[in-house]
Design a protein around this ligand. Sequence first.
Ligand code: ADP
Ligand code: MG
Length: 283
Amino acid sequence: SFFGGIGGASRKGILVKGSNYLEALAKTEIVVFDKTGTLTKGVFNVQEIYPIEISKEELLELTAYVESYSNHPISLSLKRAFGKDIDNGRISDVEEISGHGVIALVDGKKVMAGNIKLMKKMNIPYFDGELIGTVVHVAVDNQYAGYIIIADEVKADSAKAIKDLKAANIKQTVMLTGDAKNVASKVAASLGLDKVYAELLPGDKVDKLEELFSQKSAKGKLAFVGDGINDAPVLARADIGIAMGGLGSDAAIEAADIVIMTDEPSKIATAIKISQKTLKIAQ
Ligand code: ADP
Ligand code: MG
């Protein structure tokens, strides 16, 4: 019947890498989600550009250039907003600092783009008023050059994903993110998640997972759902690592125990229901 369960799941676009994961899934008590690309589309649109002493066009161009080697959803979105081809000859010395942003030489100028953690780390004074949205701060040759506000959208399927988990008797739904608190709280409230933790570095996400492990029963399991960008260690640490294959990286698909082939997070509850039924048959 485990083979039947795995087959049934695969027909629904849920790839289970072994019967042990199906068995574990039936005992899930806590489901932890990554935000960007998992519960949200991972496609950010530029809302506003606030340059300082350069033009909006220049600020967007420098940002698209410094981001050009990154595969982070923020980078892809800024390159799309810039809309022109990138001349790789203008960029060198690219460094991506996970959970912070990117630094590179563009036309020989040192450009940095990222969150306030990056600005603090590099000792750049930044605008720190209350901004609603995901903010990319930019510095050029160690001078603050302004910021770009971008926004992502919750997936249409995400509310159903949380509702279905509650209907399947999951005790806790949690969201972890490296993004700003105000963005994270808005998403969590709109979806009815039980808990939300924001502004986490990739290592902090693992620490949070450890904390959550202590909140389940001895036989209960914890599942983590992510896209593999800055969350691969968490995927590996969870009892059941689930990758969203729609947008997810090859590394995430490799590291995960279960792969959702579509970009619908409600497939997690579908998988849990299949596992619960399969386990009943098997017993
Ligand atoms: P999450 O997937 O949970 O949103 P990440 O760890 O991927 O978190 O990123 C956390 C934060 O780090 C982002 O919200 C952004 O502020 C910043 N960041 C990460 N990578 C980049 C990048 N390439 N460009 C700009 N900012 C970035
Ligand atoms: Mg991520």
